[in-house]
Ligand binder design. Structure first.
Ligand code: MTE
Ligand code: MO
Length: 327
């Protein structure tokens, strides 16, 4: 008997079959496609992923285990169970590898050898780190955080990594550095995006923070999850984790970190500024233009149709750490 329920298309709400952005831009895409002689018949390529929401069963190859890892006691309790590893590593958003939640296999194309992270811009000490440098230089710890996607699903993930403020202390931002921009790995031969329409996306994926947000205790660079190095689909080898903001604020597979004076343009914000604001703090009272943010669904086994619904918490429950940033 199959354990996994494959939902029929009529069981899935509009927001689940519609990737984070396609809806708003459908007209623009149709216009562009007609312009290049392709036409609207291609739209379902990215507009529908109806049987890909359920999670398949075999495990991805996670490798390196962190020995002697300690969980930071300040970030150990979230009053919800930790999401099963097999779910957190099989239900992903990573548009470089496709427009559905089931990209974990195609994300294995991501090449990790000789990974370098360039930190540049308005800093006293520009640096190029490799992974070894990062894991030797910064104390690696575990933190359990709530994780909330703008699409109104939520998980609890045990991240492994180090606070962003330690990297800031190493590079020493100059006084005119007001923002930071994070850039994800991009190579059009490897990261093909969710079908033909993604040629109109502003690759590479970029995200940004205010410098004070980056300096907050909670802002974290993850190198692992569940006690092991990050699987490729979760953003190996280095990703941002900003638990009081929607998930899209956390760029995966980071290759560049730049300190800048002006608020940087970012991937989703450029595609649809009304839907994906730069600040993007989790807020039950501020609906997304296409859906309410008052509740969220807890990612579980089987179809998203059956997942538990809970009220959204302002700042995803982290107001005690971050509310003063927005006073
Ligand atoms: N480079 C890159 N980073 C990304 C994304 C992406 O498509 N590309 N998706 C974002 C979104 S919308 C979410 S919700 C999280 C998903 O992280 P997860 O797959 O580990 O749950 O990654 C974020 N970081
Ligand atoms: Mo997201």
């Amino acid at each position: 008997m199959p354990l996994i329920h494959i939902p029929k298309s009529w069981e899935i709400s509009e927001r689940e079959v519609t990737p984070e952005t396609i809806f708003m831009n459908r007209r623009r895409f149709v216009t562009s496609l007609i312009g290049v002689g392709l036409g609207a018949s291609l739209l379902p390529l990215t507009g529908c992923n109806s049987n890909s929401e359920s999670i398949s069963q075999s495990s991805p190859g996670l490798n390196h285990v962190y020995p002697g890892l300690t969980r930071n006691p300040n970030f150990a309790q979230v009053n919800r169970p930790i999401t099963e590893e097999d779910l957190a590593t099989k239900y992903n958003n990573f548009y470089e590898y496709g427009g559905t939640k089931s990209i974990w296999q195609s994300a294995q194309r991501l090449p990790l050898d000789n990974w370098k992270v360039e930190v540049s811009g308005l800093v006293k000490n520009p640096r190029i780190y490799d992974l070894d440098d990062l894991e030797k230089k910064f104390p690696i710890e575990e933190r359990v955080y709530r994780f909330r996607c703008v699409e109104a699903w939520a998980m609890v993930v045990p991240w492994v990594g180090f606070p962003m403020k330690l990297l800031m202390a190493d590079v020493e931002p100059l006084s005119n550095a007001k923002f930071v921009r994070f850039t994800s790995f991009y190579d059009p031969k490897i990261t093909k995006g969710p079908g033909i329409l993604s040629q109109f996306y502003p690759w590479p994926y970029t995200e940004g923070l205010r410098i004070e947000e980056m300096a907050n205790d909670l802002a974290f660079f993850a190198t692992g999850i569940y006690g092991k190095s990050l699987p490729k689909q979760n953003g190996a080898p280095l990703r941002q984790v900003i638990p009081w903001k929607y998930g899209f604020k956390g760029a995966k597979s980071i290759v560049k970190i730049e300190f800048v004076e002006k608020q940087p343009e970012t991937f989703w914000h450029k595609i649809s500024p009304n839907e994906y604001g730069f600040e993007a703090n989790v807020n039950p009272d501020k609906p997304h233009p296409r859906w309410s943010q008052a509740t969220e669904r807890i990612v579980g086994p089987g179809s998203s149709f059956s997942w538990e619904t809970r009220p959204t918490i302002v700042y995803n429950g982290y107001g005690e750490y971050v509310a003063s940033l927005y006073a």
